[in-house]
Write a protein that binds this ligand. Sequence first.
Ligand SMILES: [Fe+2]
Ligand SMILES: [Fe+2]
Length: 301
Amino acid sequence: MAFSLTKRLAGLAVPYLTLEDAKTRHRKRKPMLSSFDWEQINKDHDAGKITPECRAWLHMMIMTEAGTPVYTELLTSLADSRRKEFQAFFDFVMEVWTPEEAEHGECALQVAKAIGFDIDVSLVRKFAPWRDQYLGACPPCERVLGTVSYTVIQEEITYHSHRAYAELSGSEELARMGKTIAAEERYHSYFYASRLKDVLEVSIKDGMSEETAYKIVGDVIKRFNMPTKYHLEAYRKYVETWMGDLAVDYLETKRNEIRRQLGPIFMACGGWKLVRAIIDAGPPIKYSEGDAAEYKVAAAS
Ligand SMILES: [Fe+2]
Ligand SMILES: [Fe+2]
C-alpha cells in the first residue's frame, strides 16, 4: 500500500524545463545522422526484416519528420509568437527544436532511401495548405496558448509513433534509431508542457479567466490530429486507409500509458481545474472518473 502510494506520487513528478536546460541538453547530445548504420537498415530491408506494418509506420513517420520546416514556420508566425513573455518558447523553437527535428527529418529520409520509399518531400513542405488545414481543425491554435497545448500532445504521440515501428521492426538498427528519436520527442513534450504552464500564467495575468484558458486547452486536445494528416496531398498519396487504422488501433492500446503520462503533466500545468476542463472537453485520450480522483488526491497531498 505504502509502496503503491510512493510509486504513484513518484510517477507524478513532472520536470519543469527552462530554455537553459534545453540548450544544455542540446549541446551534449550526439549528432543523429552519424549515429546509425543506414547500410545495415538497407540490408535488413532487403533481407525482408521490415514487415508491411512496420513499413506503414515508417511512411507516416517519414512524412511527419520531413515536414519540419513547415512546423517551424507555423510556430514562429503565430499571432503572439514574438511576445517577450514567450521568448523561451520562440528561442527553443529556433535554437533547439528546429535543429533537432531537422536531424530527425534527415534520419527519416535515410530510412526512406533504405526501404525504397520514394517520397516527394515537396509535398510535406508546402506551408500555406498545411497551415490552413491545421488552423481550420484547431482555431485556438492561432495563438501560442493553443499551439503549445497542441505540441504537448503531438510530441507525446510522436514518441509512441517512433516506439511503434521500433517494437515491430525486425531490424535492430532501425529499432535503435526509433527508440533514440522517441526519447527526444518525449523531452520536447516536457519542454512544451513547461511553456504551457508559463503561457497559462501569462494569459490569466492578462485578464483571461482560468475557466476560459483551461477550456482552450481542452478544446485543442479534443480536436487533436497528427500533423501528418494536414499534409492532405501527401497523406492521400502515401497513407492507405489500413495504415491510418493501424496507427489508431495501436494508440488505442497505449491509451492508459498516454493518459498516465499526460495526466500528471496537465496537473503540473494548471492543477486539478485544468485536468477537469480537459475531461469535460471529452479528449480523444480518455480520463476516467477514477483517474480524476487520483489526480485530485495527488494535488491535495
Ligand atoms: Fe521528430
Ligand atoms: Fe519532437
